[in-house]
Design a binder for this molecule. Structure first.
Ligand code: ADP
Ligand code: MG
Length: 224
């Protein structure tokens, strides 16, 4: 975070912002009890992913706050308890608002999309490889918002891993149009919500057709 007055918005609220910009996130529901989590999972279909919703937990996995591949209602209830207990142990006195139950997304090619409000340049959009590649290779592209379509397409082509995106070894290309659309949507979102000081979509899974944002972290300043 770049400002002491900034706060992280809870993930359900962050997802709501994404949805208003047509940015796809897996189907989900917020559960306040193990039983409610199981009911939501039954509606979504299995497997599901459970994730803690807490204003005191920024990196959910690190705090034991994410369980993937949950296969039935009984396991959902167990996973809910495991998350509550694990997060309380990792972050004493953490306030737990509930658990987000999400449809489990298929495997895909993971990238990250970020945004920040630079004191000198204003909103900036970032695109890069996901996972350990971000930290190790720093394979990222930046543009000052607002982006036009050409900027967005250039960003996608600019990263070193671009050949992997176009489909190595005779594989079909990932949906690079969808990636460019996402960058444009994030650009618009940042321009229209200047209270957002930082945005982190990590990971975003690219498919041969379409994409899904699997994690949305937004920090907003309290003023305004
Ligand atoms: P955090 O980054 O706070 O630890 P994430 O929401 O990114 O939490 O979840 C951690 C990991 O769990 C993700 O990197 C992804 O691999 C996996 N994951 C999260 N949500 C889903 C989902 N809906 N479907 C499949 N995998 C998921
Ligand atoms: Mg994440």
């Amino acid at each position: 975070m770049t400002e002491s007055t900034a706060r992280f918005v809870l993930e359900p609220e962050a997802i709501g912002v994404l949805e208003r910009y047509g940015i796809p996130y897996p189907r989900h529901g917020l559960a306040r009890s193990p039983e409610e989590a199981a009911r939501i999972a039954n509606d979504l279909g299995y497997p599901v992913v459970l994730k803690v919703v807490s204003p005191d937990v920024v990196h959910k996995s690190d705090a034991g706050g994410v369980v993937v591949g949950v296969g039935d209602g009984k396991l959902v209830r167990t996973a809910y308890e495991r998350i509550s207990d694990g997060v309380q142990a990792a972050v004493p006195r953490a306030r737990i608002e509930g658990v987000l139950v999400c449809e489990q997304a298929p495997e895909g090619f993971e990238v990250i999309v970020g945004g920040l409000d630079d004191p000198a340049f204003g909103p900036i959009v970032m695109f890069g490889l996901g996972g350990i590649f971000t930290e190790v290779h720093k394979d990222v592209a930046f543009r000052i918002a607002p982006l036009d379509r050409r900027d967005a397409e250039d960003m996608v082509r600019e990263i070193e891993a671009y050949p992997l995106l176009t489909g190595a070894r005779g594989q079909p290309s990932y949906d690079l149009n969808a990636a460019a659309d996402l960058l444009l949507s994030v650009s618009r979102l940042l321009m229209e919500h200047r209270e957002i000081v930082e945005l982190d979509l990590n990971p975003v899974r690219l498919y041969h057709k379409g994409l899904l944002v699997l994690d949305a972290r937004i920090a907003a300043s309290d003023v305004g």
